[in-house]
Design a protein around this ligand. Structure first.
Ligand SMILES: O=C(O)CCC(=O)C(=O)O
Ligand SMILES: [Fe+2]
Length: 264
């Protein structure tokens, strides 16, 4: 019985030849590998401006890593960090997706540094999100991100398995000779990732900052859009995704009830 099958020769060749890294997005490669590294896209001034906003935010009283998440830092759309969404350079990037009709699902920072050095386990994001399955993360580094400081690692082709029907840490059942991509990326580069892609990150060994924006986009008309970044929304379907509004007895609600009952 086959336990896992992937087109290894094809995937390894595409990784070995670094076809995922270029100054132009190759949509075929993004579709084949599930991620793409776009080089030298943003100006240094732009990235520098937002790194400064991050540094200011970091010393403010509101700044905090999300409890129960290893790297996430949330901020509101009023925070200067959210200004990235309205920058022409960012709009030029997202115009390549969803025929130029692009909605925001979520914007956040995922960071490692002297305080937060932990690796992030192998997972896919899609099961943590709602709305359609047609969605991407745009990771914009505000610092150099590499193996030493716990940069992201992508499993080529793994998005082709689709949604796995549950969330959490995935067993490393991948073929041993499948190449993994741990691209070194610099401020002004960015990574686009299909939300079904399996990914992880290693320990931050140096304590040097590793800071990415994770800007999560979907079609502007997706009922899960928080706002329209570009183009037309024309929403025929809208839904308030408040869990207690939508669900009568969901897995998460039942887990919450279970934990509450064990506390008393
Ligand atoms: O910060 C990281 O290294 C990974 C974070 C991540 O993939 C997630 O929160 O979904
Ligand atoms: Fe993730």
């Amino acid at each position: 019985m086959i336990s896992i099958k992937m087109p290894l020769a094809k995937l390894n060749k595409l990784i070995r030849e670094e076809t995922f890294s270029s100054e132009e997005i190759n949509e075929e490669i993004l579709d084949e590998l599930g991620f793409f590294v776009l080089r030298n896209f943003f100006s240094e001034q732009l990235v520098g401006k937002y790194k400064k906003y991050y540094d200011d935010y970091k010393v403010s009283p509101e700044f905090d890593r999300t409890p129960y998440h290893l790297t996430e830092v949330k901020f509101s759309l009023e925070n200067p960090l959210a200004g990235m969404l309205f920058e022409n350079e960012f709009k030029e990037l997202v115009a390549r997706f969803f025929d130029g009709n692009v909605g925001l699902y979520n914007i956040r920072i995922v960071k490692k540094d002297h305080d937060d050095k932990s690796p992030v386990f192998l997972h896919q994001d899609i099961g943590y999100q709602y709305g359609s399955f047609n969605r991407y993360s745009v990771f914009i580094p505000l610092t150099e991100c590499n193996n030493d400081n716990g940069g992201l690692i992508f499993i080529p082709g793994s998005h082709k398995f689709g949604y796995l029907g549950d969330v959490g840490e995935i067993n490393d059942i991948l073929p041993k000779d499948l190449a993994r991509a741990a691209p070194k990326i610099f401020p002004s580069d960015l990574v686009v990732m299909n939300s079904c892609l399996w990914h992880m990150s290693g320990q931050n060994h140096t304590g040097k900052e590793r800071v990415y924006y994770d800007i999560h986009i979907n079609h502007a008309a997706d009922p899960a859009s928080k706002l329209v970044i570009l183009g037309e929304a024309n929403r025929e379907y809208e839904l308030n995704y408040d869990r207690d509004f939508v669900f009568k007895s969901s897995r998460t609600q039942r887990l919450q009830k279970f934990y509450q009952s064990t506390k008393t």
